[in-house]
Design a protein around this ligand. Sequence first.
Ligand SMILES: [Zn+2]
Length: 229
Amino acid sequence: MSISRTVNISCPSCGKQQDVRLYDAINVDTDPELKDALMQNQLNRVTCVDCDLSFRVDKPVLYTDPKLEILIHWVPESDGMDREAILEEFEQSLERMNEMMPDNQELPAVRLVMSRVELVELIFMLEAGLNQRVVEYVKYSVYTRNPEKLDPHRFRLLLNVQDSTEEEFCFVMQDAISQELGEVLRYGRSAYDSMIELYKENPDEFTEMFPGPCISARNLLLEDEEDEV
Ligand SMILES: [Zn+2]
C-alpha cells in the first residue's frame, strides 16, 4: 500500500494556494503507476491551477518494492537540510520503525539517498542484481584517479545501468548544482568483477568503507575532506 496525504501548498511563482495529494511512501508492487511517475519525474509534481507552472514538491519519500525486498528512503538534500541533519533524522526514523516491529522480527535494511537521480540509479542497480557497495567502490577509484576532472563537490557520478553492457560500465557525470548531465565515462567491467571476488572473500572491508545507510562514494569523499579540515 502507498501512503499519501492532502496538503495545502502555495505556488512558488504566483502564490496561489491549492490542495494537492502528495506521497510519503510508494509501494511499486500494488501501485506500479507510481514507479512510472517517479521515473518520469512526475511523482509529487503539481501544476498550478492559476498560472500553469509545473513544480515538484521535494519531500521525503519511502520507496518500497516488497517482491525484490527493496526499501529506499529518499530524503532530498534541498529541504533546507544538510547531509548531517538528514543522517540524524534518518537514524531517528529507523529507531521509531524498529520500535514498531514485532519482537522477533528485524527491520529490513533501508537505504538512504538524497536525490531523485540517485534513487533511480539505485533502483536500476538493485533490479540488475548489482552489489551497491562494490559499484560505489569502483566509483571511488574513478573519482580518486581523476581528481581534476571529477571534483566530488561539483559532480555526481551515476551508473547508467541501461546503457551498460556485459563488457562495460557506463557512467555519466552530473553537475550537482545545475543537475545537468555531462560527459559519459566507460570502464571495463573487469574492475567490478574482480572486486566482487574480493567481496565474496571479505565483505567486511566493503561494509567498513561503506557502512550505510547512505552508500555513496561521493559522500565518503566529501566526509573524508571534512575530517581533514
Ligand atoms: Zn501559480
